[in-house]
Design a protein around this ligand. Sequence first.
Ligand code: BTX
Length: 322
Amino acid sequence: MSDRLLEWFQNHPDEYISGEEISKEWNISRTAVWKQINRLRAKGYDFEAVPKLGYRLIQQPTRLDERTLLLKLKTSRFGRQLRIRSKTESTQNEALSWAKEGAQEGALVLAEEQTSGRGRQNRPWHSPPGKGIWMSMVLKPKIPLQFTPHLTLLTVVAVCRAIKRVVPVDVGIKWPNDLLVGERKICGILLESFAEDERLLSVIAGIGISVNLDEQDYPEGIKDKATSLKIASGKEIDRATLVAEILYEWEQLYQLYEEQGFGPVRTLWEAQSITIGRTISVNTPYGEVNGVAQGLDESGALVLLGRDGQYRKVFSGDVHFL
Ligand code: BTX
């Protein structure tokens, strides 16, 4: 049904059609009309709704396409091997299969929509079609297994810098891997490592950015915690430009890390952080730790100063601002 309705709108670009006319033409109730319009909105189509005139299609989703993206790339390795899917369970799974088939470092999988996008601890990552950047890249770092947290911090710094270049929003890093605007999450990063006999074989680095989502695109439960670059900046963002900028920042920082180690990443992370100096509580696998966030240690752990004057390090967990 929504396909035929969409076809009508696409064939009549400047025309309004009222809910009543749609309901008669397609023999459905007015509630069903409203549901179909909302279904199309969730896919990235935007409608103007004018009382007495009806609906008019004003915007169609811009699709990510390989040619446009490759033309924008400024990298030598990152994103040069590229797969763009219209729908997939999770780009993490696709990138991992590709890595096993022999994909090179920098191979990138992007999807318009994920049906089972995941965050840390298998939490769902909401990935509706046409509006976000849902992507995973194959990394093959020559570092000891225990240094993989460096890569999460490196990735979040690169994404933060790229967003700041493309979109005028005040975005900051919440340890370890979230980007927030105000108190709301705009981006999450998930790194999954694959090792054999303590030797790191590959890391699949997943990035999810809420780019052009509107308020109504978020389900209950996320609505009050998340926001998008479009909502925060008030304008639609060209996703290909942002992807190209992220890959550029990411590759530059990765090279710097290969040459100079964690030091420069740590400095850049601390400069973009909204965690340092705040009193926080961290839910770690070993219980809750409270204190004022001081900075990162050389392994990437967050150092907290407790009220008892003791310094404590946390290696993983969820941060809450107190
Ligand atoms: P996380 O566990 O830190 O965050 C998950 C939480 O983020 C959810 O519980 C929810 O509250 C919130 N959330 C879910 N969806 C969104 C969204 N679209 N925008 C803002 N907040 C949201 C963070 O995990 C890591 C997420 C990585 C996602 C990428 S997408 C490409 C790749 N494929 C895949 O399956 N995962 C990664």
